[in-house]
Design a protein around this ligand. Structure first.
Ligand SMILES: [Zn+2]
Length: 422
């Protein structure tokens, strides 16, 4: 039997990182002992000894918000995260089409706020696409550029909310995303899921929460993902219900763990679709989008609470948080604070929330599923959030320490492909 003794580790278990050194014994892949290094001496004979020099040893990670297929598709897709201009994006599309004429171009990661030029028009994208279906999601996956060939496969897209001659957002985006996902064949999807899970496992992730839903993936996609080896997949399904019976039905149909995740109350800051109380600093008159109001939120929370099912929502803007809190209060009236609390509901992102709201979320036992890399990538006095919102509003975003101090349990995630799992 292969036995390894790890010495000089700092063990991170349920509590904070210990200050003293610790020892750990692993036998055939299982931890068989952990304790004081002074007590490790008798375990040395026959063991391979590794000196860790104070390295942190943790349990495997849980990524509480991922989109496995979309993230995995990037391994073979068009990575636009480093794309510096519209010109560069169009060149990348043309080069990909030249390699694989007529095939779907799945790209992701552009951030136009950094570009010297304007977003490309559909006509310009069509010229680069030479007739190929092209889907290019913005970094936040709340808007996308698409070629006319792909749009032709998305019924009703031209009349939908969010339609434009450049990037599509809101319902128009959801329609074209569905068409793009439908153009991904089963073998490609399976390979993407496997690539994503393999990468996650290599980075120490043992469990992922897949945020599936009718607007961003599909029930088939989730079902396929749950059969794959590798990290455990906990599925969430983002679709609103009005009664406990509907909640139970939907859970049975999708195999989901809860009716939560990306059930969109609003959109994102980057795409200017997050719902704001006051207009965007860089788009006068624009206060974003509202996909679910307080009444619908309250009905969903009440229904899920009644069924003993976890409910949850995607909420980013301050007006989105207002709707969430009002919906939760409606559910408290319809059920009870104890019942709401017992169900352990969750909310994704929660980037703009006030202290008084934070305290109420703590009382109601709502878990905040947050993405620290959002703040790392787009926060700060000169970041994208400051551009979109002004420095005052941007500064108060993502109050992770405040949430934790108030007693809101935090779940951390990547929202891959929005930020990387690693
Ligand atoms: Zn997401």
């Amino acid at each position: 039997m292969a036995r390894t003794l790890l010495l000089g580790a700092r063990l991170l278990d349920a509590g904070p990182i210990g200050s003293g050194a610790a020892a750990l014994e692993v036998e055939d892949g299982l931890i068989t002992w952990a304790g004081d290094p002074d007590a490790a001496g008798e375990r040395r004979p026959g063991a391979t000894v590794l000196e860790l020099d104070g390295a942190v040893v943790t349990p495997a990670f849980v990524d509480a918000h991922v989109h496995a297929t979309a993230a995995g598709l990037l391994a073979d897709g068009l990575d636009l995260t480093g794309c510096g201009s519209a010109r560069h994006l169009l060149d990348a599309v043309a080069a990909r089409v030249a390699q694989r004429p007529g095939a779907l171009v799945w790209g992701h990661g552009w951030q136009d706020q950094l570009w010297p030029d304007e977003l490309p028009s559909r006509a310009a994208l069509d010229r680069a696409a030479s007739g190929a279906p092209v889907y290019l999601s913005r970094i936040d996956v709340h808007s996308a550029l698409a070629s006319s060939t792909l749009l032709d496969r998305a019924p009703g897209v031209s009349g939908a909310v969010g339609w434009s001659q450049t990037a599509l957002s809101a319902d128009a985006h959801h329609r074209v995303r569905r068409a793009a996902l439908a153009a991904v064949d089963t073998a490609t999807r399976d390979a993407a899921q496997t690539a994503f899970l393999t990468d996650a496992a290599a980075r120490g992730v043992a469990v992922v929460h897949e945020c599936a839903g009718p607007d961003i993936s599909s029930a088939e996609d989730l079902a396929a993902l749950r059969t794959r080896p590798g990290p455990e997949v906990v599925g969430y399904w983002g679709e609103a219900v009005g009664t406990a019976a509907e909640a139970e039905e939907l859970l049975a149909a999708t195999g989901a763990h809860g009716l939560a995740g990306d059930l969109f109350v609003d959109g994102s800051i980057g795409s200017r679709t997050a719902a704001l109380r006051a207009p965007y600093a860089d788009a006068p008159g624009c206060t974003g989008n509202r996909y679910l109001d307080a009444t619908a939120i309250g009905a969903h929370v009440s229904a899920c609470t009644g069924a003993g099912v976890q409910a949850g929502f995607h909420v980013i803007g301050d007006a989105g948080a207002d709707a969430l809190l009002a919906g939760l209060e409606a559910a408290v009236v319809a059920t009870s604070a104890e019942a709401v609390r017992a169900a352990g509901h969750r909310v994704e992102h929660l980037e703009m929330v006030e202290p008084v709201q934070v305290r109420r979320l703590a009382e109601l036992g709502v878990v905040a599923s947050v993405q620290p890399l959002f703040d790392a990538f787009w926060g700060g006095p000169h970041g994208m959030y400051a551009t979109r919102l002004g420095t005052d509003r941007a500064r108060d975003m993502n109050p992770f320490a405040g949430l934790l101090a108030a007693g809101v349990e935090l779940a951390l995630g990547s929202d891959a492909p929005v930020t990387p799992v690693g």
